[in-house]
Design a protein around this ligand. Sequence first.
Ligand code: HCB
Length: 212
Amino acid sequence: MMPNFDEIAQSLIDLDGSKAEALTRTAIEDGVPAIEILNQGLLPGMKVIGDRFRSGEFFLPEIILAGRAMKAAMVHLKQAFQREGTTTRGTIAIGTVKDDIHDIGKNLVIMLLEGNGFEVMDLGVDVPAEQFCSYVRENEPDILGLSALLTTTVQRLREIIDALKTAGLREKVNVMVGGAIVTQSFADEIGADGFAANAVEAVSLANKLIKE
Ligand code: HCB
């Protein structure tokens, strides 16, 4: 059956978590690739929610409900991405920076990386620079992924890279940055090894960094 991506997007816009969850589950059961459900249904829905918040049509309670609805749907995507995953291509630790609790994007990046064969350690949200450094020191992941979504927290990306340098760890790990407001030019400016605008790009970037 032809999946109705607009209906999936609309369920998020309607803040209807159980509908978003049910439509996503049905689409997966019907054999629709998880990546299509994400890119053509869920993410366009999240974009509308962000636009409505910016324009003052939605307030915080709506965003919280939208986040919950998205997470409910993501449970099914996660299982599908994991089924599609096979070998271990490399290790990645990823977290959202201190004072920032946005994790939907980070969790999507994790799902796709896992689905593409990477072993991922989720360091969570609101993670201080010292914690990123000590994880790198003790576990030596191939890549450290950092996520920041707020104008007030994006500078933490620079602070973490500087903290890695101070700790003598910068040469030991590739740093990948992302999050709604991060740009390639900002990533270059702070000396990150790469920037990914979305989860699909994060997978390509991780593959590239591992090869290098
Ligand atoms: Co939040 N919030 N929020 N929020 N929020 C944003 C981010 C704004 C842009 C909304 C707006 O004003 N239009 C805005 C930030 C403005 C700014 O600073 N420039 C904002 C604000 C202001 C706030 C609060 C300050 C609101 C308040 O309290 N007044 C507050 C801050 C809390 C805090 O962190 N300390 C807040 C809170 C919330 C929640 C809790 C209600 C909820 C988060 C729920 C959760 O994550 N568990 C929330 C949400 C849901 C959003 C929006 C609507 C969606 C974010 C999202 O999940 N996008 C967002 C508006 C928007 O961006 N459309 C709004 C979808 C994901 C898939 O995109 O960009 O996160 P993504 O991730 C992509 C991509 O960036 C990349 O891949 C991902 C997957 O494709 N990527 C990486 C991400 N991380 C990566 C790391 C890598 O290494 C590589 C690639």
